[in-house]
Ligand binder design. Sequence first.
Ligand code: NAD
Length: 355
Amino acid sequence: MKEFKIAVIAGDGIGVDITEQALKVMEKISAKYDTKLHFTKVLAGGCAIDEFGTPLPVETLEECKKSDAVLLGAVGGPKWDVLPGEGRPEKALLGLRGGLGLYANLRPAQVYDVLKAASPLKDAIINEGVDLLVVRELTGGIYFGERGRDEDGSSAYDTERYSVHEIKRIAHVAFKAAMLRKKKVTSVDKANILESSRLWREVVEGVAKEYPQVELSHLYVDNTAMQLVRKPSQFDVILTSNMFGDILSDEASMITGSIGMLASASVREDSFGMYEPIHGSAPDIAGKDLANPLAQILSSAMLFEYSLNMPQAARDIESAVEAVLNKGYRTGDIFTEGMKRVGTKEMGELVLAQI
Ligand code: NAD
C-alpha cells in the first residue's frame, strides 16, 4: 500500500466548509487505489493570527515541508482587514509560496458544457469553447521585488525584476504543459515598455527551441486582456509573470462564469505542490452551507495527478464532478432555472456517491 503525507490548511471562512468535503472525497478515492493518506491539519491565515499572533506560524511551514503535498482552503476575512500589511492573513500565502519554493502556478480555466449559461460572454463566443491553462510565475517579479516609501512619505515604489533563471524554469513548465495539451504557448508581457519584459521575451524564445512541436506566440498584456473576452478559444497555454498572471487568471476564470468551480496548483521541479481553489474565503456565505465545494474537490484531483502521480484518481474525481453536474445538481453560485439546488454538504455527498 502506498502512503502519503498531506498537510491540510483549511484556513478561514468557506475554506473550512469546502475542505471538509474535499477530504472525504480524497479518502474515498485513495482507498479505491489502495493508498493511505495521512492528513495533518495546520493553521494559516486569520485563524493563525487569532491563535498564534502570526498568519504563518513556523510549525505550519515546517509541517508543509515534511509533507508530499498541501491542500489549502482560503484565508482572510473582514475581521483581519484592519491589520497592517505584514500582519494580514494573505501574507501567509506569499510566505507559503516563497517558503516552499513554489514558483509555478497552474490555473486551468474551462467551461463545462452544462454550465455555459453561467458565462457572462455571448453564446456565440462561449460556444467555441474555453479550455486554457494560465501558467503564472509565482515567486518573482514585482510581488517579491524591493519596495518602499520615501522618508517624507511623498512617494512609494515597487520593483519588477526577473532573472534569466526564473524565466527559464517557468517557461519550461509552460512548454511541458503545452506538450500534453494543444501544443500552443502564448507568452504575455509588456515588452514595448518594460526592460524586464524584453528579457522575458528573449529567454522564452530560447526555451521554445527545445520544444519544436509547440507553437509560440507573444502578446502584450493589454491585448491579451481584450482577446480573452473577444475569442478565448484561441488560447491553450498562457505563460506570464507574477502580476500579469494574477490579473489574467482572474479574468480567465470569470469568463467561465463559475468562480466556485476552478482549481489551481502551485508547483516546483519535484512532485511537491500546494493545491487550492482560486476563490477567496467568501465571508458573506461562510459556515452557511452555501459554498460550492467543487473547486476544492477539483484541486484535490490536481493534487492526485501532480504530487501523488495518480492521474487515474484525478480523472475519477473529475468524472464524478461532471456526472453530478450532468444530473442537474447546483450550488447557489452556479444555479440556473430548472436545476436542483443543493448546499455544500449535499454537493460533497453527491460527488462521493459517484466515486
Ligand atoms: P471571494 O472569492 O472570497 O468571493 C467573491 C464572491 O464569490 C463572493 O460573493 C463569494 O460569496 C463568491 N464565492 C467565492 N467562492 C465561492 C464558492 N466556492 N461558492 C460560492 N460562492 C463563492 O473574494 P473576495 O470577496 O474578494 O475576498 C474575500 C476574502 O478572501 C478577503 O479577505 C480576501 O483577501 C480573501 N482572499 C483569499 C484568497 C486565498 O486565500 N487564496 C484569494 C482571494 C481572496
